[in-house]
Design a protein around this ligand. Structure first.
Ligand code: GLA
Length: 379
């Protein structure tokens, strides 16, 4: 049974009537452009066919009641006087309600059932999917117009200020604005985005290493601080503004660690723009090479990979069906992404999966992904 059917049926069982509306918002995989978003740079993610779904019905008061099929857990809160409690799934919903109300939206409560198949902690943005599905849910009960950049920013605010994870804008933006069959080149300074098609005859494969990031917040915040220090050194608002010439002329004045952090971001921005151009030209070979180079930069300069991830990326790159592969997402575990020749994708999935398991003893989860639309009201 599809997740859409599951949330609809569970809604009827739980509340004794049919839901009014079903909304969904996708997870994402980033093809290239890692740790560039909070440096005002460029990213190239696509929304994937794994999503959070909510079946709901508006209420006549300011109460939100929701049941999560994934966690088999119910929660209820009032839109008046919301309080933070220790983080569990419902804090993402409350955080979005808080951000919307803070921005002046007047909200109506709802009863809902939620389910999702974005794996949690795999670097595929299950939290952004939940945030944007929640924004769509409130959008439908409280009738306000949908603007992808505005809703993405409010989702990010919920995550930064309510949940306490200091993420950039990429995940919320692609979950809000994704387009079927395309990746989006997003300028994280302006939030302008351009749809770029996947090269003909290729598929995007997500390879979850089955390792999970530990201590991710502190390492993430540390990278952000290092990038800010580097931008300050160059006297610019963000590393986005450092040109190759500036870097070549002045980088020697930076300590080795900060120089490598900055070099990752500066070269990654250039690779991301080049990757979008390769996609416009349908050039899978060029795109794949840029993905490979991105992995080296993340591994050696930004130092956000780990042994199992490097193994997965190596195995994917070595397979003849692969154009290129790299770690995707925040780092320290989670998933890799590979660009693969469509006609031999099954062989790729089984060989790389087996070899990874032999090498690490871990059982990977491998998903052949389709690029889908961003958050939407489905019915
Ligand atoms: C996480 C964050 C994003 C982005 C990536 C790294 O996914 O949520 O904002 O910074 O890491 O590219």
């Amino acid at each position: 049974m599809s997740l859409q059917q599951q949330v609809m049926e569970a809604f009827e069982r739980r509340y004794g009537m049919r839901p009014d509306v079903v909304v969904r918002a996708p997870g994402r995989v980033n093809l290239i452009g890692e740790h560039t978003d909070y440096n005002d740079g460029f990213v190239l993610p696509m929304a994937i066919n794994r999503a959070t779904w909510i079946a709901l019905r508006p209420r006549h008061d300011r109460v939100v009641r929701v049941f999560s099929l994934e966690f088999n857990d119910a929660a209820e809160f009032s839109l008046d006087g919301m309080e933070k409690t220790p983080t569990r799934w419902v804090e993402y919903i409350k955080g979005v309600a808080w951000a919307l109300q803070n921005a002046g939206y007047s909200l109506t409560g709802w009863d809902g059932v939620i389910a999702g198949d974005v794996p949690i902690g795999a670097g595929l943005s299950s939290s952004a999917a939940l945030e944007l599905a929640t924004a769509r849910a409130f959008g439908s009960t409280s009738s306000f117009p949908w603007s992808a950049p505005i809703m993405a920013k409010l989702g990010q605010k919920a995550e930064n200020q309510w949940v306490g994870m200091n993420c950039g804008i990429m995940d919320q933006m692609i979950s809000a604005a994704g387009k079927a069959g395309h990746a989006l080149l997003i300028d994280c300074r302006t939030l302008d985005s351009e749809q770029v098609p996947l090269p003909p005859g290729t598929l995007v494969v997500v390879l979850d290493t089955a390792t999970r990031r530990g201590l991710v917040d502190s390492a993430y915040n540390e990278r952000r601080a290092q990038c800010e220090a580097a931008a300050q050194f160059f006297g610019v608002p963000a590393l986005r503004d450092v040109t190759d010439e500036m870097f070549a002329a002045r980088a020697a004045g930076l300590d080795d660690l900060t120089r490598r952090r900055a070099r990752h971001v500066i070269t990654e921005n250039a690779r991301t723009l080049a990757a979008a151009e390769a996609m416009r030209q349908g050039n899978a070979v060029a795109l794949g090479r840029l993905m490979d180079a991105s992995h080296v930069s993340m591994r050696d300069d930004f130092e956000i990979s780990r042994a199992e991830m490097d193994t997965m990326v190596d195995l994917a790159q070595q397979h003849p069906a692969s154009y290129g592969a790299r770690m995707t997402g925040g780092g320290f575990g989670g998933a890799a992404v590979a660009l693969v020749r469509a006609e031999v994708v099954e062989e790729f999935v089984s060989t790389v999966g087996q070899r990874y398991q032999q090498a690490t003893g871990l059982k990977p989860a491998i998903y052949v992904c389709e690029a889908t639309n961003g958050a939407e009201v489905v019915s």
